[in-house]
Design a protein around this ligand. Structure first.
Ligand SMILES: [Zn+2]
Length: 234
């Protein structure tokens, strides 16, 4: 007797998961690599939910994007939530990423009174987790605020100062920063702290051989430029 060739309930679960990811803005390649659903079905689902064809092209593969000023702050916040959920819940794999992203998005909505778009897209968040898993990124603790921030793996942690404590000169000229200027006075609850233990290896995402092409980035200012004075702290 052979086992079920295809479980209907598993299929339903995957459709629900795919729907969640698409609604969060996931690219089709991401959904495809996380479910066993065919590309055809996913493309149909995408069109049904988003009212347009899924965008084509490569997934963003730039680690450097996470080092730019605003993306670094958002990525660090997302990853802090991700680690918290990995530690405190039984979520794992892409479901952990989905839930962490949902909370991150809510946090952004709260802090911008619903007027701000999340700097970090779901696809970028998903890639971020993969970069951490493949040890291309690490967390570095800021020597001024003790927060932990996304940094290149093997980057020198000595005297590290984060993108909030030392923003680039043009920081905030286009739009208000997500976090308060003085992190010590009102640090958001979900903001990374150095006391948080490292998250367990929570996911088992399969490689898809996705190659690079960067998404348009809203802000390319470097996260840390030791030579620049901090306009917010004098
Ligand atoms: Zn700092």
């Amino acid at each position: 007797m052979t086992t079920n060739k295809k479980s209907v309930s598993r299929d339903a679960d995957e459709i629900i998961l795919a729907k969640e990811m698409i609604m969060l803005g996931a690219r089709l390649q991401v959904v495809e690599s996380e479910t066993a659903l065919s590309r055809e079905r996913l493309a149909k689902l995408y069109r049904e939910l988003q009212g347009c064809a899924a965008p084509k092209g490569m997934l963003p593969f730039s680690v450097d994007w996470y080092m730019t000023w605003m993306p670094n702050i958002h990525s660090s916040m997302f990853y802090s939530i991700y680690r918290f959920l990995a530690r405190e819940t039984r979520l794992e794999g892409v479901r952990l990423t989905v839930q962490a992203y949902r909370l991150y998005r809510n946090q952004v909505a709260c802090q911008t009174q619903g007027n701000g778009n999340p700097t970090l897209s779901f696809t970028r968040a998903w890639m971020l987790v993969r970069f951490f898993e493949s040890k291309m990124l690490q967390l570095s603790a800021c020597t001024q605020c003790d927060g932990e921030f996304v940094a290149h793996a093997h980057a020198i942690r000595h005297n590290y100062v984060c993108a909030i404590c030392r923003p680039p000169p043009r920081a905030g000229k286009k739009r208000r920063p997500l976090t308060p200027k003085s992190p010590s006075s009102s640090t958001p609850a979900s903001f990374p702290t150095s006391t948080a233990p490292p998250s367990p290896a929570a996911t088992s995402l399969t490689g898809t051989g996705l190659v690079a092409a960067d998404e348009a980035s809203g802000d390319t200012a470097p996260a840390q430029d030791p030579g620049e004075p901090n306009p917010y702290i004098s």
